[in-house]
Write a protein that binds this ligand. Structure first.
Ligand SMILES: NC(=O)c1ccc[n+]([C@@H]2O[C@H](COP(=O)([O-])OP(=O)(O)OC[C@H]3O[C@@H](n4cnc5c(N)ncnc54)[C@H](OP(=O)(O)O)[C@@H]3O)[C@@H](O)[C@H]2O)c1
Length: 306
């Protein structure tokens, strides 16, 4: 058997692994009565995540940049689907989304912070923030902290990080140059935003300690989705080889977040980083709780001015 086949066939302590799909990890679960909010519901992993959790009975609150996009995405998510506009790079839109959930009086059993952008070739600023950091981290920070009062006692927050958190700057989070004016590269910026996602989950888990709520981060694998849209043709072409070696399908890529959001085995696990449906080891920066706390405080300061 080849090494590739061995890696793909490997299962961890959870009984699931690299090749498990979202349907497989949720087989037999009855999620009727559960409300789960998912960002980025109109594409890639978020779309599959929503489809599968809805098929298990959950009511999906599906967020997309616009209400129309969310509505369209909901076509595969059953009659209970609630479409929500949430443009993560616009604080006013995120706050309006929070207000809409509150207005509808919906309690949340889960939030999956799934939306994201990757590796913008040029440094882009919005509201004075680097756009990947703003979208992937700050937008989700605003959303989740705004929705804390809506969470049920056993609510689970799942934040999509990535193994690319290893590409963050040496300092981890570049607090003295957060928008990477001095040293922008597409992967450093994406890596910093994904490290921030991971640290946010760790810091949130600390705040949930002593309760039945959980917060975890996830690396879904490497999957060919619209996320690659900003990669240049050479980088894309090299994905051809990677595809043979490591790419997952979308159903496989959506498995880990479904597992952490819904499986009974993860109900009491918090503050962890998951990959291939098992607890995994992150970078040292990704385990640095002091860094996580500093990021929380800095993000609070930023959002107070947005
Ligand atoms: N695919 C991978 O290999 C991989 C690996 C590691 C981690 N991840 C993470 O997995 C998550 C899902 O990625 P994916 O592969 O499914 O990518 P995708 O197909 O590109 O989906 C990303 C979703 O995020 C939404 N989004 C982007 N910017 C937004 C904004 N400003 N406001 C609101 N929504 C926004 C997109 O909406 P539009 O369609 O309107 O742009 C889309 O629905 C991301 O967080 C990504 O970092 C993916």
């Amino acid at each position: 058997m080849s090494i590739v086949a061995l890696i793909k066939g490997r299962r961890g302590a959870s009984g699931f692994g690299y090749a498990s799909t979202a349907e497989e990890v949720t087989a037999g679960l009855d999620l009727r009565g559960k409300n789960i909010l998912i960002t980025g519901v109109n594409s890639g992993l978020g779309q599959e995540n929503a489809r599968v959790l809805a098929a298990r009975g959950a009511r999906i609150l599906g967020c997309a940049r616009t209400h129309d996009k969310a509505l369209e995405a909901g076509r595969h998510c059953g009659a209970q689907f609630v479409p929500l506009a949430c443009e993560l790079s616009e604080p006013a839109s995120v706050r309006a989304c929070v207000a809409e959930v509150q207005r509808q009086g919906l309690r949340l059993d889960g939030i999956i912070c799934n939306a994201g952008i990757m590796a913008l070739p040029e440094r882009k600023l919005q509201h004075g923030q680097e756009l990947q950091f703003l979208t992937n981290h700050i937008g989700h920070f605003l959303l989740v902290t705004g929705l804390l009062p809506q969470l049920t006692e056993h609510a689970r927050v799942v934040v999509l990080s990535s193994s690319a958190h290893n590409a963050a700057p040496k300092a981890g989070i570049q607090f003295d140059d957060l928008s990477l004016e001095r040293s922008y590269t597409p992967w450093r910026a994406y890596g910093q935003s994904k490290l921030a996602n991971l640290l946010f989950a760790r810091a949130l888990a600390r705040r949930f300690a002593g309760s039945a709520r959980t917060a975890n981060a996830v690396h879904p694998g490497v999957i060919a989705t619209n996320l690659m849209r900003h990669m240049n043709p050479i980088a894309r072409a090299s994905m051809g080889l990677a595809e043979v070696i490591a790419l997952k399908t979308i159903p496989q890529g959506a498995a880990t977040q479904c597992y952490v959001a819904a499986h009974p085995a993860t109900a009491a696990i918090s503050g962890e980083f998951f990959a291939d449906c098992n607890v995994a080891r992150s970078s040292a920066a990704g385990r640095d709780l002091a860094l996580a706390e500093r990021l929380w405080m800095v993000t609070e300061e930023i959002t107070s001015k947005l």
